[in-house]
Write a protein that binds this ligand. Structure first.
Ligand code: AMP
Ligand code: MG
Length: 417
């Protein structure tokens, strides 16, 4: 339920924390798109971003063809011949019958086959009957039915991709249907990352008391692998300012974006902000969201820096909310709008106004109604809450407690078939 946000003990208002959208806007404003591009085979262009527009040099389809297996006819002639014609030829996909229809004649056609210029309908094979050398046609025929016209998918001269468009499987299909083998795309941004924390141990080693396995580098590997970037894992760095300073300085020599996790809060061993101040500049470091309030954004030489929180759920959410738009911006992509869907909450949700919250949840449809239910414990260290989820519930800063049955906004995770 919406409330006016005031700074008090019963809310989470922090005057120094930036509002989520403001933070994204700041990031977008600071980042300059990197215009270097390369030519790649379209097979290597999946998820890449177009750097110069692509125009169609042919029509798709390039010739008038049949949408069905059936018979090509001329309606006027069909009526003159009382819906009875004889077969004068066969046209296959790739083996066309090149002549025109003659009076009283029809051409048997397969799906995708060229049809005669003077044909103005194709009748499905299943709709006709044979009577000796004649074929009987039904009378309810519409002009142009079952005909695919030249250019009905893509017109010659049309701009099919603009700078900043992302290629997915349909993009690859479109490019190849135009006979295009190579395409100009923006170079992949270079991303480096490391984890920071004295308690962190790499997998494969034995844990001593108080230590934990470093999972954030794998989380980032998983998130980055789906994006058009080249990335380098720089390992684990101890909670020592000097170590962090040196590592950040070296990372900035070869990265467009540097990401760290951990050490960004206000604890006694949190040195990321100080280190960033020493090697570069801090843009901001607190955002009014949950999970993920501490997040340092800044610049180190020509690299953009993201100091994400150490808790894995916070690291994942802040990566999606802030780092992905930054990568998209480097690639000159258009800003993507969040897709929010309304659903009925199956739970009572505790919330104080002041921060935008992202709860991990499961979306389901029952009797045409959309419901959402949180995935158990919602602590920012509880990664199982993310594993089980297929959406986030997004509760904006002004919202307080939600009752069971209330309508909430959700962001579905992308659908995989
Ligand atoms: P910090 O931001 O360094 O205060 O860390 C917050 C919490 O996240 C602590 O419980 C850390 O142990 C945990 N954490 C920090 N880095 C990692 C990491 N790379 N993998 C798993 N947990 C981490
Ligand atoms: Mg730490």
């Amino acid at each position: 339920m919406k409330e006016i946000i005031k700074n008090s003990c019963i809310n989470e208002f922090d005057p120094n924390a930036l509002e989520e959208i403001q933070a994204i806007n700041k990031i977008i404003k600071v980042i300059k798109p990197n215009k270097s591009s390369e030519k790649v085979n379209i097979k290597d262009a999946l998820h890449r971003t177009i750097s110069s527009s692509v125009r169609a040099s042919i029509n798709v389809p390039s010739f008038k063809n049949s949408a069905m297996d059936g018979y090509a006819i001329n309606l006027h002639d069909l009526k003159l011949n009382k819906f009875k014609l004889s077969e004068i030829g066969v046209s296959f996909a790739g083996k066309p019958f090149r002549s025109s229809l003659r009076k009283g004649g029809t051409v048997r056609v397969m799906t995708g086959a060229l049809i005669p210029k003077n044909a103005d309908a194709v009748i499905m094979k299943e709709m006709v009957s044979k009577e000796g050398i004649y074929i009987n046609f039904p009378q309810n025929i519409k002009k142009n039915q079952n005909i695919r016209f030249a250019g009905e998918d893509i017109k010659k001269g049309e701009t099919v991709f603009k700078q900043g468009d992302e290629l997915d499987f349909s993009g690859l299909s479109i490019l190849s249907s135009l006979g295009i083998e190579y395409v100009d795309v923006f170079c992949k941004p270079k991303v480096s990352y490391f984890s920071s924390g004295d308690e962190l141990v790499a997998t494969g080693k034995k844990l001593q008391q108080g230590q934990i396995y470093d999972s954030n580098r794998y989380l980032l590997h998983g998130l980055l692998k789906d994006l058009p970037v080249v990335f380098t894992d720089l390992g684990i760095v101890k909670d020592k300012k000097l170590h962090l300073v040196n590592k950040l300085r070296r990372a900035s020599e070869k990265s467009d974006i540097i990401i760290t996790t951990g050490g960004v809060s206000v604890g006694d061993a949190d040195y990321i902000k100080d280190a960033l101040n020493e090697v570069g500049s801090v843009g901001f470091w607190k955002i009014a969201i949950k999970p993920g309030r501490p997040l340092a954004f800044g610049k180190i030489n020509d690299s953009y820096f993201f100091g994400l929180p150490g808790n894995p759920v916070s690291a994942a959410v802040t990566f999606q909310l802030f780092v992905i738009p930054a990568i998209n911006r480097l690639l000159s992509q258009k800003r993507k709008k969040m897709i929010l869907i309304k659903a009925i909450s199956k739970n009572k949700l505790k919330k104080k106004p002041g921060r935008t919250e992202y709860k991990r949840a499961i979306l389901s449809t029952i009797n045409n109604k959309t419901y959402v239910e949180t995935t158990g414990l919602q602590g920012s260290n509880i990664m199982m809450s993310m594993l089980k989820a297929n959406c986030y519930i997004r509760l904006s800063a002004d919202i307080s407690n939600v009752s069971k049955g209330d309508i909430v906004e959700i962001i579905p995770f992308s659908t995989k078939f």
